[in-house]
Design a protein around this ligand. Structure first.
Ligand code: IVH
Length: 672
């Protein structure tokens, strides 16, 4: 390679990275757009003429790499948690009170208050200053790898800024929210309408749809942006959230300029009100304020539940409301037989989304709010959830409205409905009701369960209606001929579906449990159960007394699990699934006598012959926990070669420090 050409390409790349940052992140360009375009063209021309120049972090990657078939998924090294929500001042004051009590302090807490962006969370991974992967939040544990798409976002640095003040960290995971500005959203929708394509319902859907494009060249044409709001695992040394944001800014990340540090919860509430007033003047959608404890050692001390950290809360803005008329009330039958009344309304837009259905929950709710067919009602939509009827606008009643009564028979199979004494819902008594089978099948095949590609709502309904599926275990016994008898199902789609079913057969224990659709057993509970039992056989025979002793499982859930496995039919279904070749991947289980059960570990430095993730896995398999920073709650600091500042901190706190050999001994010499 001619060194002159190499040099030229490198100079162009560096200049383009810098101009890109000045233009998109700082909003302070040094050169004209035309000049920038000219440099980019020159670089692309060079890279085309000399393919050996190719580099994954070249600024030319912003125009989009080759399309892919399907997204790979990857595990986040630390889970991407969600946030608890508060809806009024008292929720936020409670949060502050709880924190002070747990931290055992009366002093005002230093918080950061930030706009809660209404987009989608992503994680960007940098090694030696270069963007290596980008992934979506996914289920918080695993996300989809969208690196090529993320590279098209101008405010995502491909290489970190060289910088006098901060050293480029060897490893860094940055988290942030990808969103689409309102103006771009409107333009994009106008274009789509012109082209006869359905417009996006709101900027968030537009951002999600654009980021999850299989063809990055399409993403490149969509004007996405990012605001970063934190880190995952990282080598940055910082004691507080604010300090981290400052460092990220210097490394070239775009941080929302409206983020503030606030001492005491009252000033956070003031920030919430100020931002609420300005909200509609911002060029992007926000749906609340995130309040976070600034100091890391306190964050650490408070920890997190499986879902969300205890040191942060989202104070949501009031949901957006509209009024419309109820045309009729439908009754839907769910997976567990629950009958849910749903209002069918004249379509109306609520905060940019057109809605025509709202859940009425149950018959008590209908009575309490005195909702009648023909009523004009106020509806609200908060975030993702199905809209709700807030109240009836009684003043516009005409007298033509009719009172609605729940049916005494299932609207789908006509079986009798019953109501348990402690419950507000009515249920269809027939577990073979087609509506229940359809809903169970949809749940079984859904993303968080068996994740059977192509088995959507329409197909699930058809399979049940045509009598091909009476229980979700039948899914593994479908054949090509049967499938091709369905509407719009050619040989190719039938083959694809069979391949997808085959592929789904290797499944983790927790997904398997979740897929069964046991009442009250969502993803979290399924995870807990998978962590405590060795096999599905052991779980299905677990006595209720044992289930109740598991942390996170109350009597109601325990009873529901017991009830599920007491039904012969359910046991038979589980057996049939296993006989069809489904393989449950059970993690190596902890022995109950594990000496590190419940102990908190922090890792620092390199452990020869073992990656961090492997060490983490071993600890977790043996019932211990791994935390990213040292606090008074830390039981062991495992110090490898070249330990970082964590070693000093552990020494100052008197935390027990062990080396690799001691660690191996502690865990019974179990190598990865
Ligand atoms: S912090 C563990 N900060 O809100 C802390 N999240 O409801 C979790 N979000 O998945 C993230 N703006 O997508 C944080 N300034 C902000 C945010 C923010 C928007 C989103 C993020 C997260 C969701 C949780």
């Amino acid at each position: 390679m001619d060194p002159e050409i190499l040099n030229k390409a490198e100079n162009l790349r560096q200049a383009l990275h810098r101009h890109n940052y000045r233009y998109y992140v700082l909003d302070d360009p040094e050169i004209s757009d035309a000049e920038y375009d000219r440099m980019m063209q020159e670089l692309v021309a060079l890279e085309t003429a000399y393919p050996e120049l190719a580099s994954p972090d070249s600024p030319s990657a912003r125009v989009g790499a080759a399309p892919s078939e399907k997204f790979e998924t990857a595990e986040h090294s630390l889970p991407m948690l969600s946030l608890d929500n508060g809806f009024d001042d008292s929720d936020i004051l409670d949060f502050d009170r709880r924190i002070k009590k747990n931290l055992d302090t009366d002093a005002d807490i230093l918080y950061t208050a930030e706009p809660k962006m209404d987009g989608l969370a992503v994680e960007l991974v940098y090694e030696k200053g270069r963007l290596i992967t980008a992934s979506t939040r996914g289920d918080g544990i695993r996300g989809e790898v969208i690196t090529a798409n993320a590279k098209t976002i101008r405010t995502v640095p491909l290489v970190l800024q060289e910088n006098k003040e901060v050293k480029i960290p060897a490893y860094l995971e940055v988290r942030g929210e990808v969103f689409m500005g309102l103006e771009c959203f409107r333009c994009l929708n106008a274009e789509r309408l012109k082209a006869g394509i359905a417009p996006f319902a709101n900027p968030r859907n537009a951002a999600a749809g654009s980021l999850r494009q299989l063809d990055p060249a399409v993403t490149a044409k969509r004007p996405l942006e990012i605001f970063c709001y934190g880190t995952g695992r990282s080598d940055i040394s910082s004691d507080s959230h604010w300090e981290t944001l400052e460092i990220l800014k210097k490394l070239g990340f775009r941080i929302n300029p409206l983020i503030r540090a606030r001492i005491g919860i009252d000033l956070c509430l003031e920030y919430y009100r100020e931002l609420g007033n300005r909200r509609h003047t911002l060029p992007y959608d926000i749906d609340g304020v995130v309040i976070k404890i600034d100091k890391y050692s306190w964050q650490q001390e408070l920890g997190a539940t499986a879902r969300s950290p205890r040191w942060a809360i989202a104070y949501k803005f009031e949901a957006i409301r509209s009024s419309t008329r109820i045309v009729s009330i439908d009754v839907q039958v769910g997976r567990t037989g629950a009958l849910t009344p749903v209002a069918i309304m004249e379509p109306v837009t609520v905060g940019g989304v057109t809605v025509s259905r709202a859940t009425l929950h149950n018959e008590d709710e209908i009575r309490r709010k005195d909702i009648r067919i023909g009523d004009t009602v106020l509806i609200q939509r908060a975030g993702d959830v199905i809209p709700e009827v807030v109240k009836v606008i009684v003043s516009v009643r005409t007298g033509q409205e009719s009172v609605f009564n729940m049916p005494s028979n299932c609207p789908v199979c006509a079986a009798a409905v019953y109501r348990d004494k402690d419950e507000a819902v009515l249920r269809c008594n027939n577990s073979n009701c087609p509506a229940q089978i359809k809903a169970r099948l949809r749940h079984f095949a859904s993303k968080a369960a068996f994740d059977i590609d192509g088995l959507g709502e329409k197909l699930a309904d058809q399979l049940v209606e045509k009598g091909l599926i009476a229980s979700y275990s039948d899914i593994f016994h479908l054949n090509n001929v049967q499938l091709q008898s369905l509407e719009r199902m050619g040989a190719k789609s039938a083959g694809n579906l069979i391949a997808a079913v085959e592929k789904s057969k290797k499944i983790s224990f927790s997904r398997f449990i979740y897929a069964l659709g046991i009442r009250h057993v969502g993803e979290n509970i399924a995870d807990i159960l998978a962590g405590r039992f060795e096999s599905i056989a052991q779980l299905s025979d677990a006595p209720i007394e044992l289930l109740e002793t598991i942390e996170g499982i109350g009597p109601e859930i325990a009873e529901s699990i017991r009830h599920f496995f007491e039904q012969d039919e359910n046991r038979k279904t589980v057996r049939r699934i296993l006989e069809s070749g489904v393989e449950i991947l059970v993690k190596a289980k902890q022995t109950y006598a594990s000496p590190i059960q419940g102990k908190v570990f922090v890792l620092t430095g390199t452990l020869e012959g073992m990656t961090r993730n492997e060490a983490k896995q071993i600890i977790e398999d043996a019932g211990g926990k791994v935390s990213s920073s040292v606090s008074r709650n830390t039981d062991y600091l495992v110090a490898g070669d070249d330990p970082g500042s964590k070693l000093e901190r552990a020494e100052s706190l008197g935390v027990q420090i062990i080396d690799k050999a001691e660690f191996l001994e502690l865990i019974g010499n179990r190598l990865p």
